[in-house]
Design a protein around this ligand. Structure first.
Ligand SMILES: CC(C)(COP(=O)(O)OP(=O)(O)OC[C@H]1O[C@@H](n2cnc3c(N)ncnc32)[C@H](O)[C@@H]1OP(=O)(O)O)[C@@H](O)C(=O)NCCC(=O)NCCSC(=O)C[C@H](O)C(=O)O
Ligand SMILES: [Mg+2]
Length: 299
């Protein structure tokens, strides 16, 4: 049985209006980059940023990095043009891998956006990612995640936005994130129920790499696939936190081999050095190995 995994450990945001950052992104070790048209671009710079992003997409050169464009929110005057730019790039064969829609608060927004992409002729391969960053979005995270079952939505990933959540709720962003911990776990659970991946939110204090490393470790324990980032210095510690450690990969290979032995073919449970392992552990092990192999393939 083969398991396909696309690493999304480190997902770096950059303003679509920042040519230097866009150029740098081609050589950074992030698994994915998100070129932003929303918060990182001032209202009077939106049109220019859109043009710059279209040109950047045409130029390409991002190698194995997944390329994502964040539009403005669906209820803003910029959304239609943002989506059209992405769709047109996609029609030219120079589209990003995905479009990230901020402030998604219900599944209907994803259905409408998906239909619009279809009408604009966007390639089927273009995926949609949704930001969960409003109180209603957290409360409806399961409905939003389950929208992935409707192919028109193209939904593949949920990304948390704790800056907006803090703004909307008054909950503070503090080390350990106790005020938001239940929301984060709830969103991980919802994403898994919907069969989509889920990314933790950004860490704003980009000079504090120790605090950042602690938050990455917490996010990995919570079950996030990776974390969104704002600065290149965050990539390496983030990749380290979300990569399976070599000992875990070795143990996973051993476990798979054990279940593959002819004498264990009919067994649902075996033991390794006094520890019970079931076939579900072999499934987890296959994912670990697939992720490790995909990371190794990136060099
Ligand atoms: C935060 C920054 C404005 C800091 O930028 P800067 O002052 O240029 O930092 P440095 O001098 O330390 O930069 C060193 C070099 O690295 C390049 N750089 C910096 N940031 C990026 C980046 N994000 N991508 C690519 N390259 C980057 C600089 O150009 C320097 O290069 P060099 O010239 O070779 O020395 C800046 O980091 C920044 O703009 N970050 C991204 C901000 C952003 O996109 N924000 C929106 C997403 S976060 C969000 O929306 C939250 C969410 O929605 C929520 O609700 O929580
Ligand atoms: Mg936000």
């Amino acid at each position: 049985m083969s398991t396909f995994v696309r690493p999304r450990r480190s997902v770096l945001f950059m303003p679509g209006s920042n040519a230097r950052a866009l150029e740098k992104a081609r050589s950074l070790a992030a698994d994915a980059i998100v070129i932003d048209l929303e918060d990182a671009v001032a209202p009077d710079a939106k049109a220019l940023a859109r043009q710059q992003i279209a040109a950047t997409l045409s130029e390409g050169g991002f190698g194995p990095r997944e390329v994502v464009v964040r539009t403005n929110a669906a209820d803003t005057p910029w959304f239609e043009e943002d989506l059209a730019m992405v769709a047109q790039a996609s029609v030219r064969g120079a589209g990003p891998d995905a479009v990230l829609i901020p402030k998604v608060s219900d599944p209907e927004t994803l259905v409408t956006a998906g239909r619009r992409l279809e009408a604009l002729g966007a390639a089927q391969a273009l995926r949609v990612w949704a930001m969960i960053e409003t109180p209603i979005a957290v409360l409806r995270a399961l409905d939003i995640a389950l929208a992935s079952k409707n192919p028109v939505t193209r939904l593949a990933v949920l990304a948390l936005g704790t800056n907006d959540l803090s703004k909307e709720t008054g909950a503070r962003i503090v080390p350990g994130r106790a005020p938001m911990a239940s929301w984060l776990s709830h969103c991980v659970l919802a994403a898994r129920a919907g069969g989509v991946e889920v990314l933790d939110a950004v860490w704003n204090d980009f000079r504090d790499l120790d605090g950042f490393a602690r938050e990455c470790a917490e996010a990995a324990l919570l079950g996030f696939d990776g974390k969104t980032l704002i600065h290149p210095s965050q990539i390496e510690p983030c990749n380290a936190a979300f990569s399976p450690p070599p000992a875990e990969v070795e143990a996973a290979r051993g476990l798979i081999a054990l279940f593959d032995r002819p004498e264990n073919a009919g067994k649902g449970v075996v033991q390794i050095e006094g520890r019970m392992v079931e076939r579900m552990h072999a499934d987890i092990a296959r994912r670990t190995v697939a992720l490790a192999d995909a990371i190794a393939a990136r060099g």
